[in-house]
Ligand binder design. Structure first.
Ligand code: SF4
Ligand code: F3S
Length: 104
């Protein structure tokens, strides 16, 4: 599976949603996550994210994000269409330590 990681937080560009063939993105207030059991590992979303927030779960540092993606994809609603990014997306893209800003 692929997972969404911290740089999505406060950006939420949603380009990923547009390309996912199985609609397995779920939407929180300021981040999206991927449902690990629904993702078919096609990889097409990875290069689409302007924040480079999507990585394979086999990548270094991915395991804690896998758990976060699993947890919130069970709770948050599915998102199937691209929306506008969050208003301050450009300003937040690439900032360090964004995990503490995650809105549950
Ligand atoms: Fe969807 Fe493919 Fe990305 Fe998985 S890897 S979330 S199936 S686009
Ligand atoms: Fe987030 Fe990137 Fe998608 S910022 S909403 S993972 S395009």
């Amino acid at each position: 599976t692929f997972v969404v990681t911290d740089n999505c937080i406060r950006c939420k560009y949603t380009d990923c949603v547009e390309v996912c063939p199985v609609d397995c993105f779920y939407e929180g207030e300021n981040m999206l996550v991927i449902h690990p059991d629904e993702c078919i590992d096609c990889g097409v979303c990875e290069p689409e994210c302007p924040a480079d927030a999507i990585i394979p779960d086999t990548a270094e540092g991915a395991s804690s994000w896998l758990e976060i993606n699993r947890k919130f994809s069970a709770i948050w609603p599915v998102i199937t269409e691209k929306t506008d990014p969050l208003p301050d997306a450009e300003e937040w893209n690439g900032r360090p330590d964004k995990q503490r800003h995650l809105s549950e």
